[in-house]
Ligand binder design. Sequence first.
Ligand code: GCU
Length: 610
Amino acid sequence: MKRNFSVNILLACLLLAFAGTAFGQTTLIQNIYGRTNLSLDGRWNYIVDPYELGYYNYRHQPFDQTPSGKGGFYDDKKPDNKTDLVEYSFDLSQNMNVPGDWNSQSTKLEVYEGTVWFRQKFNADPKTDKKYFLYFGAVNYEAHVYLNGKKLGMHKGGFTPFQFDVTGKLKAGENFVVVKADNTRHQDDIPTVNTDWWNYGGITRDVMLAEVPVTYIADYKIQLAKGNMNRLEGFVQLAGTELGQQVTVNIPEAGINQKFTTDASGRAFISIPVKKISYWSPENPKLYHVEISGSTDKVIDRIGFRTIETKGQDILLNGKSIFLRGISLHDENPLIPGRLRGQGDMRMMLQWAKELNCNYVRLAHYPHSEEMVRLADEMGLLVWAEVPVYWTISWLNTETYQNAEQQLSDLMIRDKNRSSVIVWSIGNETPISDPRNIFMNKLAAKARSLDDTRLVAAALEVHRKDKDIVIEDPLGDKLDLVSFNEYAGWYFSNSTDMLNYKFDIRFNKPVVITEFGADALGGFHADAETRWSEEYQELLYKNQFKMLSAITGLRGMTPWILTDFRSPRRPHPYYQDYWNRKGLISETGKKKKAFFALKAFYDDMQIKFK
Ligand code: GCU
């Protein structure tokens, strides 16, 4: 069939756009941990490949960077005989933990940016009446995935899950999966080349092979309707062949057992009046056992029910005013270097937040793991979730916008049933310009189109005019909160003169400060005017409390930051040593004086704001 030239161009563009951030993927299965799955976590063999040898031509055509078509490391090739030349071997290579970044698992890779190939072997026993999905919690930054030597697809974005349908591609018995992970930074990526955090590369979250029926419950949302504490709303979405089914939502403890019929697309809209329900809150993190079932599949989740909304300058949780006593966190525990690996080190971080008397955490600056958010559900901590639209993004690049929108959508799809999540943040400290306003306004609209039950926010831009700290960022008009980072006393002024400054906030919305703070080298003591001392940090916090308490409509804060964290932007050989020292807890787990200052402020606040 002769296609005209323009059709070919259109198809090529579509393919290019599709291949931009993710090809070969399928829509994310909701609640992957609640499915039958085989964990592929553990020790994976790996090969460091700074020259992209394994992708192009491991047969060494001199300087030939075009795919050789003769296979790459993804073949996991062994010599055919004793004279055969194969210059790589996963079997004889070193191995490392997955999930886990490579920087913290090998001193040679501490600052490595480039490609590492990973391989895992596993046994499968695929059934003909089941579907199979290979699921990755996250790979930073670009992943190319192969099963038994065949490419499944690729994914861009270092903090969001993705999966491939591998039904019919699994062998009975031994299989092998190969992942090419490349954490090279690029200006047009999300985030861009400049960030104040360590560029931890690799397979940093869980990997699993999920098994579901041919027709399965692909997605669902069940939550109190916006501003209505007496009605659960949402949907159940089937995928597969038998899409017309009766589905049941069963919440025994709430006396709910209601049936719905899916339409031809497999979707049923849920609307259930609730009589007696224990609303989820930090003081009462009640999670209900929720069973969703149809004639072919059943999935169980634990969901808390609550409403969140703003009213004037108030934030209402379950209709009651709340002050967000928060703290910011990176996805990194200083005691166990690298990205958080699982419930153990995540619980340690959130326990520290609870010790501060927090009811809220800002999971900065990118999606943290599903496990972390589920722990927040369980422990009673409200969550500000964020995508890494951070600083100087390529605002005019359409692929960059698609990448940002894909990461936001994947975050919102994954965590839509998590009661702890109350804010979707679309970015942090993005310099104001027309292209930036267009990009961010579109992203805010996208967030609202996907979820009308939560707040949409971002850390806005701030500027100073004489002694005024002015917040008038036009993006604020599109958001539910006035949130911003201000470093009075650290990046301008000092721990005493900072009191000469005041805020000039041009919005009539709840004010939630996303960052303030100061560096302090844990254990370094001096007078309160000596930079880097714990005393300086402590006085700065106390003076921040005075400045912030003068803001009408102040409804929350997440000081920067719970613990010291690694950053390539912090080279001072004595005070920093490539650590950002704004933590209230040092790299040795020691609480600094400012930790207790913030705790005392929250204890007092809790009394006033009861
Ligand atoms: C910025 C930024 C943080 C950074 C912090 C700092 O506001 O949002 O990611 O770490 O300030 O300078 O320490």
